[in-house]
Design a protein around this ligand. Structure first.
Ligand code: BEZ
Length: 261
């Protein structure tokens, strides 16, 4: 995963925890969908700083966390030294032993080769094992993205320079990929979740600074702050209400079982 404008290759793990802890708070419902049981072996795909991994451990499961960002993994290891965390991407992961379930929150939209990720997860799950996830779905952060693109246009900066780092699928598309990848989809839901950015004093600017580094990586460094300031001003019209900033999230939540044969 990539984020934070100060370093395009690593997340700012501290800022992530300080200002974006809602990502973990909102995952509690997803853990209910996972229904972790005592002694089950579970993989947390895209575990970030490990808060949810630890939450599932507290429920009695044996959980490993993987994330392809070393800053996130280092912080996770420091915080939860008893849990096994590996720095590896979802497209590269394999395991000799099989998991009872794979859990993934707010990470799959950073993985732009979904069929490979699904195949990998199918390979590490036992037959009948659960894949439970939530990610950005189609239309996710549409306003935040539109304001960035409008700003680039106003500044005469070419859209061709933009390399969108996110994959926000329609539920039909993702369900098809899951079915083709060896899963039986039990549940898939696409829904809006206007999400308060209460710990982001600079509103959309903080969100852009944390997450849009890759999106703007081909824009000259000296222009990036100007782009973010202007895009934030544009976003304020739609995403600042009654003194609070919001992100226009659309979620895709699913539960699928690995086919038995
Ligand atoms: C999301 O959780 O939907 C998201 C977070 C960061 C960048 C893009 C999407």
């Amino acid at each position: 995963m990539v984020g934070d404008m100060s370093d395009l290759n690593h997340w700012n793990a501290g800022l992530y925890d300080r200002s974006f802890s809602y990502i973990q708070d909102m995952a509690v419902e997803l853990i209910e969908l996972l229904e972790p049981r005592n002694g089950e072996k579970i993989l947390d795909l895209g575990c970030g700083t490990g808060a949810m991994t630890n939450n599932i451990v507290q429920r009695g499961a044996l959980v490993d966390g993987i994330d392809n960002d070393s800053a996130m993994i280092n912080l996770a290891r420091k915080r939860y030294p008893k849990i096994k965390f590996l720095c590896i991407s979802g497209t590269d992961f394999s395991s000799n032993s099989q998991y009872d379930a794979v859990f993934s929150n707010a990470a799959l939209h950073w993985m732009k080769q979904p069929a490979i990720v699904i195949d990998r997860m199918s390979n590490v799950l036992r037959p009948g094992g659960r894949f439970v996830g939530e990610m950005g779905g189609s239309g996710n952060v549409q306003i935040l993205i539109k304001c960035l693109l409008q700003t680039l246009e106003e500044m005469g900066l070419s859209r061709d320079k933009i390399n969108c780092p996110w994959y926000f699928p329609h539920p039909d598309e993702y369900a098809k990929l899951l079915e083709e990848g060896g899963f039986r989809v039990k549940y898939i839901q696409h829904f809006s979740r206007l999400t308060p950015l209460d710990d982001c004093p600079n509103g959309a600017a903080d969100w852009y600074n944390m997450f849009a580094g890759k999106f703007l990586e081909n824009i000259e460094l000296e222009n990036r702050d100007v782009v973010i300031k202007r895009a934030t001003r544009l976003a304020k019209n739609s995403l600042f209400k009654d003194g609070r900033w919001f992100a226009d999230y659309k979620r895709l939540r699913f539960k699928a079982l690995r086919r038995e044969f």
